[in-house]
Structure formats: C-alpha cells, structure tokens
Ligand binder design. Structure first.
Ligand code: FE2
Length: 146
C-alpha cells in the first residue's frame, strides 16, 4: 500500500504543477489569438484544478496524508517548473502537450499500484482521469496542430 500512496502523492504533485502552469499561461499568453488561448487555458485549468481535490481525497481514503506544500510538491512532481514567463503561444502548446503526457504517465504508475493492491474504486477513478487527459491531449494537439 505504501507504494500506492507514494504513487498517488506523485500524481497529486504532478497534477498540481500542470494546473499551475496552465493558469500561468492563461495569465501570460500574448498574440493575435489571445482571447482564444486565454479561454482555452482557463477551461483546462478549471478541470485540472477540480481534480486536485479528488486525488487528495483518494489519498486520504487509502489512509495516506495529502501533501500540499511547495517543498513537497517540488520533490514529488514529474513536471518542470515554468520560470520563463514570456513564452510564445505555440511553444506554450508544445509544453502543455508534453506535460499532459507526463500527467498520464503519473496516472499509469498509480493505476498499476492500485491494481496490484486490489483498490478497484481507485483504479476506476484513475481510468476515468486517463480518459479525460486523452481528451485534453486531443484538444491541445488540435488547437496547436502538433
Ligand atoms: Fe482569468
């Protein structure tokens, strides 16, 4: 069970990092398509933000404690911080596409641990999250024509 809790903590930190980057891009994107990008990023960060709470509560349900400090998130996340603030919109889309793939990797690792521990409900939650991220990937890919 410890490895499942650890995998879920990594997933929470990775999801939170993805959320933070989306919101940062929502604020800082520039260019002629600003309204579309601004709104697109907002839709995505809202969905990812909601998921943070569900992931954390699933950690509590398996008797782990949900991390929520910058220090813990920095140690646990699989996504790099976005410290460069002036980024071309097309480059933002490439970064988000890649980060979305990374979130899916975090989900897969947690899913394997959930299956191993026979945590059926959690497996189901992770399957649903995977489906949602597949859709996010499609949206990002189609918007950016990656
Ligand atoms: Fe806003």
């Amino acid at each position: 069970m410890d490895s499942l809790i650890e995998a879920m903590k990594r997933y929470l930190a990775t999801n939170f990092s993805f959320y933070m980057k989306l919101h940062q891009f929502h604020w800082n994107v520039e260019g002629p398509n600003f309204p579309q990008y601004h709104e697109f990023f907002e839709k995505l960060y809202e969905e990812i933000w909601e998921a943070n709470d569900s992931i954390a509560e699933h950690i509590r349900a398996i008797n782990g404690y949900a991390p929520a400090s910058y220090k813990d998130f920095k140690e646990l996340t699989m996504i790099d911080d976005q410290t460069e603030l002036k980024v071309d919109a097309a480059q933002m889309m490439n970064i988000l596409y890649s980060d979305n793939q990374t979130v899916m990797e975090a989900i897969k690792i947690a899913y394997k641990a959930a299956e191993f521990n026979n945590e059926i409900g959690l497996s189901n939650f992770l399957q649903d999250r995977m489906d949602i991220h597949k859709k996010h990937g499609w949206m990002i890919r189609s918007t950016a024509k990656i």
